[in-house]
Every structure is written in structure tokens, then in C-alpha cells.
Design a protein around this ligand. Structure first.
Ligand code: HAM
Length: 424
């Protein structure tokens, strides 16, 4: 029996990797233009980090973590998200003393969920975490950054932004008491999952998918009414900043998110082009987390996007640039083996003179016809052929592969011609 990849942990093959690279390259350039610097933390952390940061009674910690004892008996976990590790790192390396931080990261995360389109057990996130900013301007800046990213990727029109304030800890505690009291009085009408959440994590009931529970919630106390004056002012200031930036959003009073560390602002970007797994990006403020993990009280705000979902959306909308989905711009061919070293030296010359141009040499012989087939498949626009005559006259056949007439160019003209083509 052949061995297959682990369920929910798919390979990313060359047909898809162009979209991934497009996303990664766009992000690297865009995020640095906002002054963000990159951080890389390990894939494995101590289990108790996630229990403490994400929360003991969240789905992630209760049901979805890949945890194991290592050979010394220490309980370790494949990270289910990256925020906890980043917060651990900034505390551990003293990065919060009298300074702010604007960090970004990218990497795999692991959750034992039921796999389906857009939901995997190994998936990848790109995210940002900023520390030391109490003002809502940072939320506005990060939301603007995501909006800018969607535009750069060509998927902006397929995405909608939802925002909410879940208030500070004290506001949430008094709201929880009121919500639990209300739901207790309707316990029998609740769906089973909400019944079990009532004791453990009542706020999560707010984003139930069950329609009769949803109907019940219409009459429940509203979180909004429990926000402190400062909470409300913070949220209003954010809404104003978004208005000023021309970013449309929907206030969703039911948006609570699935991780415990949030306070005040939460937001999500969603699409209805991907079916059930429509949340492409989520984040919010977590002012208590640094202190909760042993650091000095420091405000934090961040978000993460799911790379699989963003790439799927780009594929669905057909916005991945054609260049990212082909292998070569130029394909070099030869009529017989004597021309091989000339071909290699020409390829070398082109690669050194025109960085970034994708140059493939034909390897493995065969008829010119079969070489042209490979040239076509590579996606190249131009074929360069060194035949017997060209070898003698130090020239090449310059052959447009997507229509146009071929011509013979002296070797020293080739680079010039390709440079012209690139600048067009
Ligand atoms: P999250 O909402 O759990 O937040 O995940 C962020 C994004 O990761 C989701 O919106 C989704 O696109 C993607 N994602 C999550 N689970 C899966 C999965 N099983 N398969 C594919 N994609 C998935 C966080 O992880 C927070 N750490 C975000 C954050 C950063 N908040 C503040 N800073």
C-alpha cells in the first residue's frame, strides 16, 4: 500500500503554488510599506501557552489541538494559531520595554477540525501583531492594510468587513451574567451545542448557526448596552477612522470570535464565494494578553488571514496573474548536441543581464518539434533556437511562440532584443 499525506494536510503542488507565491510576494512588499517587520516563531510551543492564551474552554483548546509528550515527558503542541507564540516571544526577548512593535508573520498552523473545502488540519496563516498602541488608530491602520492587500490581490469586491466591540473585561463580565440569566430562563429552547456552551463559554452562543437559537437571541440583552463609556468611545473613534478612509463595514453585534484573548474591537473579512468557510481573515484587540502571559501590561492588536482561503478566492475569481502560473518567459532549444555549450552560455548571459526574466534551457535532446512542444508548455513567449547554421554564424532563431514572425539575430543582439521586450 502506498503511503498518502495525512488527512486534512494537503500538498501544495505547482499548479497552485503560483497563487501562493503571488500572495506571499504581495504581502512582503505591502507589509514593509506599512513599516512592519517580520518575526518567525517555532511551530511547536508548550501546551500550556495555548491553554492560557487562547483559553481553556475554547473549541481550539478543548477539541482541536495536536498535543503530544516529547521524549522528556513535556507536553508540547503544534501551534493552532500564531498570536500566542508571538506574544510569548516579545515578552521573552524584552521587546516591549519602552517600545512599540509592529510585527508580521507567516507559517503553518494545525487544528484537528473536520476537513472540507477551505478547512484543513494543517493550514497557513499570514498575520500581524502590534504592541503598545492603546488608541483605536492602530485598528484603523490594520484594517486599512487588509483592505489595501485585497485590492493589491484583486479580490476586494468579493469581501465584506464586519466589526464589533465586545467591550473591556469588566463590561463583558456583567454582560455575561445578564446573558446567562436570560438564556437559563429559555434553556429548553436552546440547541444542544448552545446548552453546553451556556456554562462554559456563553458568549460563543451569540454566533450560533442554529436558527431557532438565533431567533431567541433577538430578545436577549445586547452586549452593546453593557459597554463602558470608554469602550463605546473607542469603537466610535474606529468607525469614524474607517469612514474617513472610505472603508465600508457592517457593525455585527453578534461577532464575538472564537478565541478568549480579545477585548473591545473584533473584526472579520468574509466572502460568500467560498461556501461554508467564508471567513478569510479575523482579528482584534487583546489588551490583557501580554500581562496574562507574564509580561508587563501592554496593549495588543492583530489579525490573521487564512492563506488557503485567500488563494482559493483568487482562483475562483481568476485574478492570479498569468505570469505566476507559467514556468518560463524564454525557452532555449538546440538542433544538435554540438550547440549545447553555446546555448548554456547564451542562457547564462541572459540570466545575468536581465535579472528576473525566467529562462529555461531545453535538456534531454529530441526533435525540434518535441522541443517546441515543451517550450509551449513552459508558457514561454519567446523561443530561441540554435540550429546548425546558427551555430556556424554565431546567431540564433528568435521565435515568438504566441504569434508573430521568427527572425535570425546575431548572438550579441539577443540580450538587447529581450531587454526591449521586457521594457514594453
Ligand atoms: P482565527 O479566526 O482562528 O484567528 O484564524 C484566522 C484565519 O485563519 C481564519 O479567518 C481562517 O481564514 C484561517 N483558518 C482558521 N482555521 C482554519 C482551518 N482549519 N483551515 C483553513 N483556514 C483556517 C486567529 O488565529 C487569531 N490568531 C488571529 C489574530 C491575530 N487575532 C489577533 N491577532
Amino acid at each position: 500500500m502506498t503511503i498518502q499525506s495525512v488527512r486534512g494536510m494537503p500538498d501544495i503542488l505547482p499548479e497552485q503554488s503560483g497563487g501562493w507565491l503571488f500572495l506571499e510576494q504581495t504581502v512582503a512588499a505591502l507589509f514593509s510599506s506599512y513599516g512592519l517587520v517580520q518575526v518567525r516563531t517555532p511551530v511547536v510551543e508548550e501546551t500550556r501557552l495555548f491553554a492560557r492564551a487562547v483559553g481553556d474552554v475554547t473549541d481550539i483548546v478543548e477539541k482541536e489541538m495536536y498535543s503530544f509528550d516529547d521524549r522528556s515527558g513535556e507536553s508540547l503542541t503544534l501551534r493552532p494559531e500564531l498570536t500566542a507564540g508571538v506574544v510569548r516571544a516579545v515578552i521573552e526577548h524584552g521587546m516591549l520595554h519602552n517600545q512599540t512593535q509592529r510585527l508580521w508573520y507567516q507559517g503553518p498552523a494545525f487544528r484537528y477540525e473536520r476537513p472540507q473545502k477551505g478547512r484543513y488540519r494543517q493550514f497557513h496563516q499570514i498575520g500581524v501583531e502590534c504592541f503598545g498602541f492603546a488608541d483605536s488608530t492602530i485598528e484603523a491602520e490594520l484594517i486599512e492594510l487588509t483592505d489595501h492587500l485585497w485590492r493589491a490581490l484583486g479580490i476586494r469586491d468579493a469581501l465584506d468587513l464586519e466589526i464589533n466591540s465586545i467591550g473591556s473585561v469588566s463590561a463583558r463580565e456583567s454582560y455575561k451574567t445578564a446573558l446567562v440569566a436570560f438564556l437559563h430562563s429559555h434553556f429548553d429552547s436552546l440547541d444542544e451545542e448552545s446548552q453546553s456552551r451556556l456554562e462554559r463559554n456563553p458568549l460563543r452562543i451569540l454566533d450560533t448557526k442554529n436558527s431557532s437559537t438565533q431567533a431567541l437571541l433577538a430578545n436577549a440583552p445586547a452586549l452593546e448596552d453593557y459597554l463602558t463609556k470608554e469602550d463605546s468611545a473607542h469603537f466610535e473613534a474606529l468607525c469614524l477612522s474607517l469612514d474617513q478612509a472610505g472603508i465600508r463595514y457592517r457593525k455585527n453585534p453578534r461577532l464575538v470570535r472564537g478565541l478568549d484573548y480579545y477585548g473591545r474591537t473584533v473584526f472579520e473579512w468574509m466572502t460568500d464565494s467560498l461556501g461554508a468557510q467564508g471567513t478569510v481573515c479575523g482579528g482584534g484587540r487583546y489588551d490583557g494578553l501580554v500581562q496574562h502571559l507574564g509580561g508587563r501590561a501592554t496593549p495588543g492588536v492583530g489579525f490573521a488571514l487564512g492563506m488557503e482561503r485567500v488563494v482559493l478566492l483568487m482562483e475562483t475569481l481568476g485574478v492570479i496573474p498569468a505570469q505566476m502560473q507559467t514556468q518560463a518567459d524564454i525557452y532555449l532549444m538546440i538542433q544538435n548536441v554540438q550547440s549545447e555549450s553555446t546555448m548554456r552560455s547564451l542562457a547564462r548571459e541572459i540570466r545575468f543581464q536581465i535579472p528576473g526574466l525566467r529562462v529555461m534551457t531545453h535538456i534531454g535532446g529530441g526533435s525540434l518539434k518535441s522541443q517546441l512542444k515543451k517550450a509551449d508548455k513552459s508558457g514561454a513567449d519567446i523561443g530561441l533556437i540554435i540550429g546548425e547554421d546558427e551555430l556556424k554564424t554565431k546567431s540564433v532563431v528568435y521565435k515568438p511562440l504566441r504569434g508573430g514572425d521568427q527572425e535570425t539575430l546575431p548572438n550579441e543582439e539577443v540580450v538587447k532584443r529581450l531587454k526591449l521586450l521586457r521594457d514594453m
